[in-house]
Design a binder for this molecule. Structure first.
Ligand code: DLL
Length: 434
């Protein structure tokens, strides 16, 4: 089986920890010296980089949050002068100011190498034709995957986002073998093909590399079945690098975190306490090699579990489970913590429900309400009220037993929900406007 960087991806843990410590110390020194925000935080806690003598000392360091980047907008967190920065990206910034991230020439090289690792882990080689459906622009997704795919020598089609008809035409004519994008867009493509009478199985497509948003195992099965491909997951975030932080190997049992470049921890999101290995908690990442924008103990807000058991692929790098949602996307409904992914799992198990849904949360007379609007296919009889009611009740019951809180289900006509070209927006929380 192919491993892009055997020496580093299969390193003995002892060696890896030594390398991590050396790189950590160098990162802390650079950050302390060059970034006012870090110097101030360290000084406030009475810590200097030399105090960190082991990986265990990491927990003594302050966290970094998205707000630190926002407060230092646009370039205040950069550890190098702008003339050494060769690329600038930014996160979507749906709330408040976007966060701006920069890369030196070396950072771009590292980034390409790490994405090459995840593409190779998913089985992509120089023989593949890779179609990138992420939007090219400030979002890190397209450029990140693009450079990595070129690095391994694949033929890259830089399609960009949207334009679904054309995506399908190109896929057929250019004989695309690997599809890169969000998992929700993969389903949009599948649906459009089915509508146009194109059997996806007649295409040359064989593998999909999806990421950028949460998706469930049920959604993976649906994509694999409808597109006739193997679907793999990869994870990353702009502040830490973009894609290329972690990726699944063909065993698809968690995403290998490239630990020689990122040091992972899981913490209790409430208290900030570091949790024992193997616990479910918020992922915190420290970059070990980034030059332009080193981040120390960055709170990702993603809830996951780290798996340290060896993987059959031979890589020694720890794996992270599919994030179960974000600690800040976590909905609290009548005091109960609910992750949208739990709802998705239930809906995907119900025959007749389509993978298109939206959650509307409101507060009526001081009581939280959750409405799950879900598209159904033609097999659900809208003209037979009794059958429809029974169906709704069945879904509501399933949801209630999984979520421990009641949800109202509203069925909507086939093809009436918005389709997504980039990341899916599935939650409408009206309580925020109250
Ligand atoms: O989404 C980077 C990326 C692009 C990763 C393409 C993979 C592929 P941001 O826009 O900063 O960066 O969003 C980062 O998206 O904190 C997670 O909440 C979520 N996310 C990213 N990948 C996954 C995934 C890019 N595979 C935020 N599973 C992260 C679940 C994911 N959530």
């Amino acid at each position: 089986m192919n491993i892009w960087d055997q020496t580093n991806e299969c390193m003995l843990r002892e060696e890896l920890e030594q390398l991590q410590l050396e790189r950590l110390q160098a990162t802390l020194n650079r950050a302390y010296k060059n970034v006012t925000c870090y110097r101030r935080k360290f000084d406030e806690m009475g810590i200097i980089p030399e105090d960190i003598q082991s990986l265990g000392d990491l927990s003594r360091l302050p966290f970094t949050a998205k707000d630190d980047l926002r407060l230092n907008y646009p370039y205040g967190m950069f550890a190098v002068p702008l003339r050494e920065v060769v690329r600038i990206h930014s996160s979507s910034g749906t709330t408040g100011k976007p966060t701006v991230v920069g890369y030196t020439r070396n950072d771009i090289k590292t980034w390409s190498q790490l994405v090459a690792r995840l593409l190779t882990a998913a089985g992509v080689t120089h023989d593949d034709v890779v179609q990138i459906t992420f939007g090219y622009g400030l979002f890190t997704g397209a450029f990140g995957l693009h450079y990595g795919a070129e690095q391994i020598g694949a033929s890259v089609i830089p399609m960009g986002g949207g334009n679904t008809e054309k995506q399908i035409m190109i896929m057929q004519d250019y004989r695309t073998t690997a599809l890169v994008g969000t998992p929700s867009y993969a389903l949009t493509l599948a649906e459009r093909m089915e509508k146009s009478g194109i059997d996806p199985k007649t295409l040359t497509l064989r593998v999909g590399l999806f990421g950028g948003e949460p998706w469930s195992e049920e959604m993976r099965r649906e994509i694999e079945q409808r597109l006739g491909i193997i679907a793999t997951d990869n994870y990353g975030l702009s502040e830490v690098m973009g894609p290329g932080v972690a990726g699944e190997c063909i065993h698809r049992c968690g995403m290998h975190i490239f630990e020689d470049h990122f040091l992972p921890e899981t913490i209790d999101p409430e208290t900030g306490e570091v949790l024992p290995p193997g616990s479910i908690g918020e992922l915190v990442l420290t970059t070990l090699t980034k030059e332009a924008l080193p981040v120390i103990r960055y709170r990702t807000r993603d809830i996951t579990r780290l798996i340290y058991e060896p993987c059959r692929c031979g890589r020694t790098m720890v794996r992270m489970e599919k994030p179960r949602g974000r600690s800040d996307d976590m909905l609290i409904i009548k005091g109960v913590n609910v992750f949208p992914s739990q709802i998705e799992e239930v809906l995907f198990q119900v025959e007749g429900c389509e993978p298109h849904y939206q959650l509307v949360i409101d507060r009526v007379n001081n009581v939280d309400t959750l409405e799950v609007q879900v598209e159904v296919n033609e097999t659900i009889f809208f003209d037979e009220m009794k059958k429809q009611r029974a169906f709704v009740e069945m879904v509501e019951k399933k949801l209630a037993s999984t979520l421990n809180v009641g949800a109202r289900v509203k069925l909507v006509e086939p093809a009436s929900m918005p389709r997504h070209e980039g990341k899916a927006q599935r939650v409408i929380d009206r309580r925020k406007n109250v």
